[in-house]
Design a protein around this ligand. Structure first.
Ligand SMILES: [Zn+2]
Ligand SMILES: [Zn+2]
Length: 82
């Protein structure tokens, strides 16, 4: 849950522990780096739904907290919420 995935196709890292560093020019901004290939801006958050590792595209407030979900699950979720 709340995992990240590296979009660099040579890397393909998936995990929770990403590297963070303050942006050198924009104060208050944070840069996120992949711990494996050390690339930045290639990290995407993955869907919080059980067993799903698709790219999260939206966030919803669920009963058990904030969840990031993929487009597929978003549709499903909206149906459930009705
Ligand atoms: Zn990577
Ligand atoms: Zn999903």
């Amino acid at each position: 849950m709340n995992e990240f995935m590296c979009k660099n196709r040579h890397c393909g890292w998936i995990g929770k522990e990403i590297l963070r560093a303050p942006h050198p020019f924009d104060e208050g901004e944070t840069l996120y780096f992949c711990p494996q290939c050390k690339d930045y801006e290639n990290l995407i958050a993955t869907c919080d739904m059980e067993g799903c590792d698709k790219e999260a595209v939206a966030g919803v407030n669920a009963k058990d907290g904030y969840k990031r979900i993929c487009s597929e699950h978003y549709t499903e979720y909206r149906q459930l919420a009705k």
